[in-house]
Structures are given as C-alpha cells and as structure tokens.
Design a protein around this ligand. Structure first.
Ligand SMILES: [Mg+2]
Length: 267
C-alpha cells in the first residue's frame, strides 16, 4: 500500500483509539525528523522545551524509549530525560533504567570501523560539502550540503570503502550513507529486544513506534500484527506504517492527546 492510502493519525484518531482499547501503550520514538525537524547540520537538532515537556508527561503514563541512529550518548544529551530508555546506533547500544546492552558482534567490528573511517575521510575530502561523521558504531557520509550532482560520488566513495571492509554494510537515509557493522540487527530487532528486556512482551501491551526514515521501516515491519507504526513527514515511497503524521508538530500533538487519555495523566 502506498503512503497516500494510509490514514492520518490525528484525523483518524478513533481508529487508533480502537486498537489501543483494553491495552497499555509502550511508545518508541525516533529522534531526528520525529522529535526535532531535520536541520542542515546534525549537531543543531536541538529538541524544543515544549516537546521535552510533552515526552516527560507521556513517560509518567507509560514506558517510553528513544530509538535513534545517533550515538546513544549524543541522543541522551539532546533529550535530557533520565527516566527514558535509549537505544542508540540503530539499537547496537542500549541503556536506561530498565535495560542495558551493547551488541557483541557490533563491538567486534569497531577496529574495522576505525580503519574505514580513515579511508572514507580521504575520499570525501575530494567532494565539496560532503561531511564525514564518526559515530561509535557507524560512519556517516552526509551529502546534504554537497552539490546534488555529487551525491553519486559520495555513494561511490562509500562503496569503495565497503569493498575493502567486508565486515561492514551500507545503509542509506536522508541525504546520508552509513557504514555499519554487518550484523543482523536493526531498529526493529532492537525494539523487540527492548519489549522483552523492559518486561513489555505481554498481550495487553500495544507497542507504538513513531519514525520518519527508512531505518524506521524495520521497526514498522517488526511490529506488524502486534503494534502500531506511525510514519512522520511527506512519504512518497512505500511504508509499512499503519498511520501517518505530517511533521514533528503533529507528533507532539499526538503524544499530548495520547498522554491526556491515559491514567496518571494529571500526575
Ligand atoms: Mg529520523
């Protein structure tokens, strides 16, 4: 089903409410493009105080986890809510009051990532505007600030480094290519792991995942048949999400309405 055929969550809230009836929600939130608008420089993606208050309030009513491609520590610093569970590096690195885990095989790929970082840095230097970002469990080649016709060059550079490092894999996102440990693990598997580790793998729990990008599709797929996927932003491709929200402001309104209708909302 294409994205345009999926219902808008705020306009079809009754349909969502019907799925929630009799169950308690567990909310999983992507960060960039979901809790903050996409910005030209990733380091500028600061969360608004209004959004923070909204997430804080929701976390008093139900379990909330942040699931991001960013390093866990970086996203923790942006969000600044100690009561939440955090999964960074697309789930390779998890920490919080209920569960802590670093993916063993991803850790073993760290020396290869170090090596690939140097090689990719040399290649990206040749492309004006292209930006290398080293994260703990990934190397990102951002081409948002490069000329559009240079995007294939950025991908070719990533592919060249990938060839020399078979323990890594390539993933794409919004104006970015990433090299990551080639481990069978993604945001979807991380969410399922979290449900177990947080004691939420129960029939009366409704997992809700909100995200805006390709890597979030893994989570939508993992939750098919047991939870609800919400895709944020203008979607032109196919999505496995159940509902759509237009932008981060609509995400905030949804989280607000969800919290309002749960017990403890006034706490
Ligand atoms: Mg995102």
């Amino acid at each position: 089903m294409t994205a345009t055929e999926k219902p808008d969550l705020l306009r079809e809230y009754d349909a969502f409410q019907a799925r929630l009836r009799g169950r308690r929600p567990a909310v999983f939130l992507d960060y960039d493009g979901t809790l903050t608008p996409i910005v030209a420089r990733p380091e500028d993606a600061v969360m608004s105080e209004q959004m923070r208050e909204c997430v804080r309030r929701l976390a008093r009513c139900c379990p909330v986890a942040i699931v991001s491609g960013r390093d866990r520590k970086v996203v923790e610093e942006f969000v600044q809510l100690k009561e939440l569970q955090y999964a960074g590096s697309h789930g390779f690195d998890i920490s919080g009051p209920l569960a802590t885990m670093q993916h063993e095989r991803a850790r073993k790929a760290l020396p290869d990532l170090d090596d690939a970082e140097g090689a990719l840095e040399r290649l990206l230097k040749e492309i004006p505007g292209a930006q290398l970002e080293r994260k703990k469990f990934a190397i990102a080649a951002h081409y948002r600030n490069a000329a559009p016709e240079d995007a294939p060059r950025a991908e070719a550079a990533v592919d060249e480094v990938l060839q020399a490092h078979p323990s890594l894999r390539k993933r794409g996102g919004k104006k970015v290519f990433e090299l990551q440990p080639d481990v069978d693990w993604d945001k979807g598997k991380a969410v399922l792991w979290l449900l177990g580790a947080m004691g939420l793998d129960e029939a009366d729990v409704l997992p809700i995942y909100v995200g805006d990008d390709l890597t979030d599709e893994d989570a939508f797929k993992a939750l098919k048949g047991r939870g609800i996927g919400v895709r944020v932003g203008p979607v032109t491709d196919e999505t496995s999400a159940d509902f759509l929200l237009k932008d981060t402001e609509e995400v905030r309104r949804f989280l607000e309405v969800l919290a309002e209708r749960l017990p403890n909302a006034s706490a």
